[in-house]
Structures are given as structure tokens and as C-alpha cells.
Design a protein around this ligand. Structure first.
Ligand code: A2P
Length: 332
């Protein structure tokens, strides 16, 4: 899998959405076996968030909490306007609603790319395989932090060495329960540790991380590319309380005016051009549609935005280390 395969302009091609399902974003060996090129069907996905009070209490504060009903409607709108990739997670507690919306929209399961994530209290190998669907296209370890089975924080052994959790995920691939596996919120150090485990058979295909103008992570991006790991950008528009600030940046507004596109489209196009999969959240139909219109930024404008993004001290909007009471910063 090489990132240039995810070239702009092809991601909304219907043919891509209906490629044979055997495709995988996994490593060469598996790809060769299946005789298919590795491709994600869609680069821009609708990210779904429905936080329970419980997850909010645990420190996952976001600026938007979509309510029940709202999520299903957002999925239907997204599918209507052309999205084929829905990013969900167990902790959002809306997988059923998302599944029902896909079904009610009349799409076949195989025409939509569904991602979900394993929550922290399910890292114990006995708990990893609990799926509510016949299969997932992508299953991620949501955070590199394992909680105990009773939800208490934290399980040091499984956090220090996530391989027992990972091995169960590999088994799910072998059983056909999930097509691709990856991680989320892993830094280079944690990913390297997992990758270099002597018994690993399937390397993580994806690392989904917070990536936006204020936290552009160029080092992680370069490293991941070198290691054949595709990066997915969550909170791409700015995340917690920073969307307005991002969309109002003079550099963003200037590029938007020059290309006659919206500031959100500038930011999403920049992410795509950086070689990432972009996961903007929205429950607003007009924005859902707006966010799917990606443009190729002329090189000079892309470089201008890139330089502005990497030219300041990085600021992460989501770091639950403290609210989980961890004795360390999970990103360090
Ligand atoms: P809403 O769901 O009310 O449309 P991020 O994905 O960076 O975390 O940003 C998500 C937030 O950005 C949500 O609050 C969403 O609001 C808002 N948003 C999504 N798309 C757009 C857009 N095109 N323009 C302005 N705000 C947007």
C-alpha cells in the first residue's frame, strides 16, 4: 500500500466503492494473496460521534454530541450525497442506529465501508471479539490505553504490551469478522513497539489520530508513510472548540477566496493532499455535502497552508490522560 494510490479525484468514483470486497489495506503478503491492489473505497468519511454521558465523564469532550436519530439521519444524508465510508466506534453507542440507517438507505452492506473501534475496557483478549455485525471493513484499537475489565483505569500489562489484544484482532481477520485492522491515537513509539513484536502477522493498516491545522503532526505522517501505515485524520476541521478559529484563519480564507471554495473545503482538500483519509464530523446536511467536495490545491497554495500549519507550536485538542487519571501522558 502506498499513499499515492489514494490520489485525489478518484475517491468519489463509484467504481471504487464497488470494488471486490476481498480488497484489504493490509500489507503486501495479504494483498498478493488476494491478488488485489490495496485501496480504501473512500478518502473522506463521515465521522459519527454520539457520546454517552459516560464517555464524556471519562474525558472525551468534543464540541458536538450528536443525539439519537440525528446520527441515523446524518448517515442517510451522507450516503445520499456520495459518502461510502462511515467512521464509528463502540463507545459512541450508535452502531445499531448506523447499521439501520445503511440498511434503510437501500445500500448493500458491501457497498459501504464501515469502521468501528474497540473500547478501552475490551482490550482483554476474552473481550475483543464482540461484533454486532457480520463483518467490519476496519476495526481499530481506539486508544493505546487498556482499562481493566470492570472499567477501572488502567491495565498496565496490556497497555505496555498490546500484542495479546492485537493477536485477537488478527484472529478476527482470519475468521472474516473484520477485513482490516489498525489502531488509533498511537504515537510513533507505541506503534514501533507493536510493529516490532516478533509474533505479529498483520501490521496495523491504519493509525487514526487527531490531525488538524493546530496539530498537523508532520513527523508522524512521514514515519507512517515510510512504514506503510495509512493515517486517518479525526477532528480535521479543528476539533474541540477550534473549528471556527481554523475556518477563520486568514490563510485559509485567502485560499478559499482564490479558489472560490469554502474554508472547510480548503482544509479537507489540504488533508487529502497530505495523503490522509479525512473524517469530518457533521450532522448538518449542507455541511455533509460541502465536506465531500474536494479540490486539488495548486502546489503553491498547498505549501503555503502546510507551512502555516507546521510553523507554530502544536496544540492537541483531545488528550484524556489527565481525566483518566493516568500517571503519564499517553502521547509521550
Ligand atoms: P455540525 O455537526 O453542527 O455541522 P471536526 O470534524 O474537526 O471535529 O469538526 C466537527 C465540527 O465541525 C462539528 O461541530 C460540525 O458541526 C462542524 N462542521 C462540520 N463541517 C463543517 C463545515 N463545513 N463548516 C463549518 N462547520 C462544520
Amino acid at each position: 500500500m502506498t499513499l499515492p494510490q489514494y490520489a485525489m479525484g478518484t475517491q468519489y468514483d463509484e467504481k471504487m466503492a464497488s470494488r471486490p470486497r476481498e480488497e484489504t489495506v493490509h500489507g503486501e503478503e495479504r494483498t498478493r494473496r488476494k491478488k488485489h491492489r490495496a485501496l480504501l473505497p473512500m478518502i473522506v468519511a463521515l465521522a459519527i460521534i454520539y457520546f454517552t454521558t459516560n464517555s464524556v465523564r471519562r474525558g472525551l469532550h468534543h464540541d458536538h454530541h450528536a443525539g439519537r436519530g440525528e446520527v441515523g439521519q446524518a448517515v442517510k444524508t451522507a450516503l445520499d450525497v456520495g459518502y461510502r465510508h462511515i467512521d464509528d466506534a463502540r463507545v459512541y453507542r450508535n452502531e445499531e442506529e448506523v447499521g439501520a440507517a445503511v440498511f434503510e438507505s437501500g445500500y448493500k452492506r458491501e457497498d459501504v465501508w464501515l469502521t468501528s473501534k474497540l473500547w478501552n475496557d475490551h482490550h482483554d483478549p476474552r473481550d475483543v471479539e464482540t461484533l454486532n455485525t457480520t463483518y467490519l471493513d476496519l476495526f481499530l484499537i481506539h486508544w493505546p490505553i487498556a482499562f481493566n475489565r470492570d472499567g477501572s483505569v488502567y491495565n498496565k500489562e496490556l497497555t505496555d504490551d498490546p500484542f495479546p489484544t492485537w493477536q485477537k484482532m488478527e484472529e478476527m481477520v482470519a475468521k472474516g469478522k473484520v477485513r482490516n485492522i489498525g489502531v488509533s491515537n498511537f504515537n510513533i513509539w507505541r506503534l514501533s513497539k507493536l510493529l516490532s513484536h516478533p509474533n505479529i502477522t498483520i501490521p496495523p493498516a491504519i493509525n487514526q489520530v487527531e490531525l488538524n491545522f493546530y496539530n498537523p503532526q508532520p513527523g508522524l505522517l512521514a514515519w507512517a508513510k515510510e512504514h506503510n501505515i495509512l493515517i486517518e485524520a479525526y477532528s480535521p476541521l479543528g476539533g474541540d472548540g477550534q473549528v471556527g478559529r481554523t475556518l477563520n484563519l486568514p490563510v485559509v480564507k485567502e485560499i478559499a477566496a482564490e479558489l472560490d471554495i469554502t474554508p472547510a473545503q480548503v482544509i479537507i482538500s489540504w488533508h487529502v493532499q497530505r495523503g490522509t483519509v479525512v473524517l469530518p464530523k457533521s450532522v448538518t446536511p449542507a455541511r455533509i455535502e460541502e465536506n465531500l467536495q474536494v479540490t486539488r490545491l495548486p502546489d503553491a497554495l498547498f505549501e503555503k497552508l502546510e507551512a502555516a500549519a507546521v510553523g507554530h507550536k502544536p496544540q492537541r485538542t483531545l488528550n484524556p490522560s489527565e481525566s483518566w487519571g493516568l500517571p503519564f501522558d499517553l502521547f509521550e
